[in-house]
Design a protein around this ligand. Structure first.
Ligand SMILES: Nc1nc2c(ncn2[C@@H]2O[C@H](COP(=O)(O)OP(=O)(O)O)[C@@H](O)[C@H]2O)c(=O)[nH]1
Ligand SMILES: [Mg+2]
Ligand SMILES: [Zn+2]
Length: 318
């Protein structure tokens, strides 16, 4: 580890400040956390009713958590698919749990920062969540050029949907992914249309669209960073507010090496070294695929750039 680089919190499960020992109990009425209000959470039960439950001191629960309620107490079940972000003070915060799918939303306008989609894929995979890509505002994608380009790069790594929250085009593909009670979340830069998409998919919902949020520094949202909504055909969608910094979660270069979109085929075959970073190592399957023209040079350069960023101490503070 480079000198001066701060120690990272534990990666799997929740980070240290999120996981104090919880007073737990057996049984209780099962429910799902659908909103988080700092000291309390809103729990939806299987019969559709909802109740606000106060958290115990040191107790943590976030949107997506499966819980059991007894009296006015809550017990949180172990979770998978944990999505985190870094808060402005540099601490990792859990945003949502039990995610099956992470929808990385981009748009024709505003365009995402370079490397954003790749980071999204790597973050999802490192957390055990299946990534998919959503290009919103196809009504502005003249000739479908951007959509075609994104499909060319990402279609072999996960579903790529071209949609328009405004015209409704392509939206029907999203509930299909989430059928059977799956949980999905949208992440993406501010302004790409995440809230608009959730509004379009969930009837009678009126999430604020075009609202300023945390990413820009001055937020209209204070404690609520995510809300969970049931789709008519089953499944749930989480809307996240302000994720300029969603990409600033701690990621290891090894996680980029294992989850970079487009490297799936050579990674399946494997590299000689288990900790191969696909740079200059002998017996590297990715470099062999690159030499054989099976991986585009620009994609390998994008990967090298990401690893370089992850190795830079600046990236850890962003
Ligand atoms: N042209 C067009 N504009 C859209 C579409 N979806 C959202 N918008 C607009 O994009 C802006 C940001 O939308 P919002 O849902 O708040 O984005 P969020 O910050 O990602 O939640 C708003 O002005 C929306 O009306 C779309 O499919 N087409
Ligand atoms: Mg929004
Ligand atoms: Zn390799």
């Amino acid at each position: 580890m480079a000198p001066g680089r701060r120690k990272k919190p534990a990666r799997r499960g929740r980070s240290a400040e999120d996981a104090p020992p919880q007073p737990d109990f057996e049984g209780g009425t099962p429910g799902l956390v659908v909103a988080h209000h700092g000291v309390a959470v809103l729990v939806r039960f299987e019969d559709g009713s909802e109740r606000q439950i106060w958290l115990q001191p040191d107790q943590r629960a976030v949107v997506g958590d499966r819980v059991r309620v007894r009296g006015d107490r809550l017990a949180v079940d172990p979770a998978h698919g944990v999505l985190r972000r870094r808060d402005p003070r540099g601490r990792e915060r859990t945003i949502a749990t039990n995610l099956d799918w992470l929808g990385i939303v981009v748009a024709v306008e505003p365009r995402e920062p370079p490397g954003y989609i790749d980071r999204g894929f790597v973050i999802a995979r490192a957390a055990g969540i299946e990534p998919f890509l959503v290009l919103n505002k196809t009504d502005l994608d003249e000739g479908g050029a951007l959509g075609a380009r994104l499909e060319e790069i990402y279609a072999s790594s996960g579903p790529v949907f071209r949609v328009s929250a405004e015209s409704g085009e392509g939206l029907e593909q999203i509930p299909v992914l989430l059928a059977g009670g799956k949980l999905g979340a949208f992440v993406g830069p501010s302004g790409v249309g995440k809230s608009s998409l959730v509004n379009a998919l969930v009837p009678d919902l009126d999430l604020r669209v075009g609202a300023l949020n945390r990413g820009s520094g001055k937020g209209t949202h204070t404690t609520t960073t995510a809300t969970l909504h049931a789709l008519p055909g089953g499944g749930f969608l989480v809307d996240t507010a302000g994720f300029k910094d969603f990409i600033a979660v701690d990621l290891e270069p090894s996680e980029a090496a294992a989850g970079f979109p487009g490297f799936e085929v050579p990674l399946e075959a494997g590299c000689r070294f288990r900790d191969c970073l696909h740079r200059t190592e002998p017996g590297c399957g990715v470099l062999a695929a690159l030499a054989a023209g099976e991986i585009d040079e620009r994609r390998h350069r994008a990967y090298l750039q990401l690893v370089e960023e992850l190795e830079s101490p600046d990236d850890q503070r962003r």
